[in-house]
Ligand binder design. Sequence first.
Ligand code: C2O
Ligand code: CU
Ligand code: CU
Length: 478
Amino acid sequence: MSHDFHYTMSRRGFLVAAAGAAMSASLRPARAAAVDERRIRAAPGQARFGGPDGPSTAVWAYDGTIPGPVLRLRQGQPVRITVENGLDEDTTVHWHGIRLPNAMDGVPGLTQPPIKPGENFVYEFAPPDAGTFWYHPHANSLVQLGHGLAGLLTVEEAEPVAVDRDLLWLLQDWRLAADGQIAAGFGSMMDASMSGRVGNAVTINGASLADQPVRAGERVRLRLANASLARIMALRFEGHRPVIVAIDGQPCDPHEPEDGRLVLAPAMRIDIVLDLQGDPGSRHQVIDDYYDGLAYRLTTLAYDNAPPLRAHPFDAPLRLPANPLPVPDLTRAVRQEIVLQGGMMGGGKLAGVGGMMGMGMPGMNGGAAWAINGMSMTGDGMAGMPPLFTLRRGATCHLTMRNETAWWHPMHIHGFSLSVLSRNGSPVPNRTWQDTVLMAPKDTVECAFVADNPGDWMLHCHVVDHQMAGLMTVFRVT
Ligand code: C2O
Ligand code: CU
Ligand code: CU
């Protein structure tokens, strides 16, 4: 099968944005749309990763399910989500990737008081962008996310997208002890100063190794989201050619991944279009081979025996409609630079589960293993540190991120989406907007965004052990 792609590299970033700006006025409903009411409850529960007959694992879950319920919202429509705290400790919910009012961002001590056990908090916003997002706690994040609190949130396009099925895979990584329970030892300094808490079991929608049934000839939109604490994934779909149509919820030029692998760092989402052109009855593995020498089968695409859904495959790639992102004006941008520092010397991308001791001393002091521009903000963001920088509302920020460490960091910005301009001096193709940018050791990435949303916003590594141990900062928009 062959695809015909026509990239327009020379117009990177700006056409999408321009179309989006024109759209934003029409997005505002003429009369107040009815508010969509939702409710989710965080509480202890049980999960069976191996299926209904497998052993059960004590988890923390939204509405008792791993992952939490998929919240399907409509673009521009106001939603009111009541979060109930059925845990024995404070929590909050962060709506990862959604551009919303600061007070709804879910960072305890910064944007709201924590939700105490037995109490509720009501989140209200109208998601401006259609796409694939997710939600998770922003309190005691390592332990709460590590016990399973995560769910997908999709914002539906105004017009349905032309695919046969919309599939969602929420990927979670677990560190399980021999008894099948979640292993203790959250926040060890070894994890924190190296790769983070990489686990030993990966689930798709709460199930490990279950087949994914497909039909020959169908075109699916597959939304992938990595809700791991620390595991970076690189997925290969054997015998298939996935086409990336959105990253972190934001449409991009449809393109095949460079080496055929979809690199999905913690917190990232990738939407692909998958034309299922295997034979009826055939089976094809999906492999994660990110960690050298540790490739494993994530799942299997299992074709049923039905005849192909259509005689001829689609020949055109699918392009998602642009979102109303504000257009960065690089001619008058304010420049900011953040430098990532710290961690064990040496680095490498092998997981830190044993075997990597003695490579040098991390630059630790008082629970901090990392720093941004020489400062270590630890925890979930509640420490009362002054913002690293302040932007005037409406200004374009040209943000350079430099990774001086020997480790990989998915850097995540709250409240905004970053137009990714260049990596190590080379322009980034495909008009990519991301809220989570994976930085390889020694990488320099340049991006831009319009500071159109006032408030104090987090910027942190989404390897949660790194975040908790200092790879986090706050900036302000006034
Ligand atoms: Cu998904 Cu501050 O994070
Ligand atoms: Cu976020
Ligand atoms: Cu990191």
